[in-house]
Design a protein around this ligand. Structure first.
Ligand code: CU
Length: 220
């Protein structure tokens, strides 16, 4: 319910898990912030200057220090434990791929390479700038790299953000649940054209996807 107010519309199979973790961390932060602010205002009045009252010199409080260090450590360990399986699924394992691409970032475009009709990334493979078309309800896998500096492949609607690093190939996957067009902004400041570095993700039916791909090969 709350997420629909201010989250980008979620079209990802792993979106609910990411949103749940985000909201968990968000509310821990909000509650902590509110508690600190309330304590500050209360103490401001409670310990204000009054005639005949002397300031006290305090050297520290071991009990309190042990308490807040332990409490913070417990929260951190709990968050790491709760998020482990989600990150393992998104960044390490995930389901087997059904559609494959190569995505290469460069100043200031995304190069999307589609395999040739035989499924190979040979000389007949098709490279298009900024246009990523994928079929809906299929596991998409791609190798992400960069030609120059660090960029970041970001699809807010997919709850997906991954750095593209020169000299490294990073495996990425996602599965879109809903057809539509979505933004792929670069999320890592990469030079003077960074703000204009934006691709489009088009999620469509298998038939529309195949038709688009055929037209692209024909116009090559
Ligand atoms: Cu960039």
């Amino acid at each position: 319910m709350l997420e629909h107010l201010w989250f980008p519309h979620d079209i990802s199979t792993f979106g609910p898990q990411v949103d749940w973790l985000f909201l968990l961390i968000f509310w821990i932060t909000v509650i902590t912030w509110a508690a600190v602010m309330i304590a500050m205002v209360v103490f401001l009045f409670q310990y204000r200057h009054r005639p005949g009252r002397k300031a006290e010199y305090i050297e520290g409080n071991s009990r309190l220090e042990i308490f807040w260090t332990t409490a913070t450590a417990v929260i951190m360990i709990a968050l790491a434990t709760l998020s482990k399986s989600t990150w393992a699924e998104i960044k390490e394992n995930g389901p087997p791929g059904q559609v494959f691409y190569k995505v290469t970032a460069k100043q200031f475009n995304w190069e999307i390479t589609y395999p040739d009709p035989d499924g190979n990334f040979g000389p007949k493979a098709l490279t298009v700038e900024n246009e990523m078309h994928v079929p809906v309800n299929k596991v998409v896998r791609f190798d992400l790299t960069s030609k120059d500096v660090i960029h970041s492949f970001f699809v807010p609607n997919m709850r997906l953000k991954q750095d593209a690093v020169p000299g490294r190939t990073i495996h990425v996957w996602f599965e879109a649940k809903e057809p539509g067009t979505y933004e792929i902004p670069c999320a890592e400041l990469c030079g003077f054209g960074h703000s204009g570095m934006q691709g489009t993700l088009t999620v469509e039916s298998e038939a529309d996807f195949q038709k688009w791909l055929k037209d692209q090969y024909a116009n090559q």
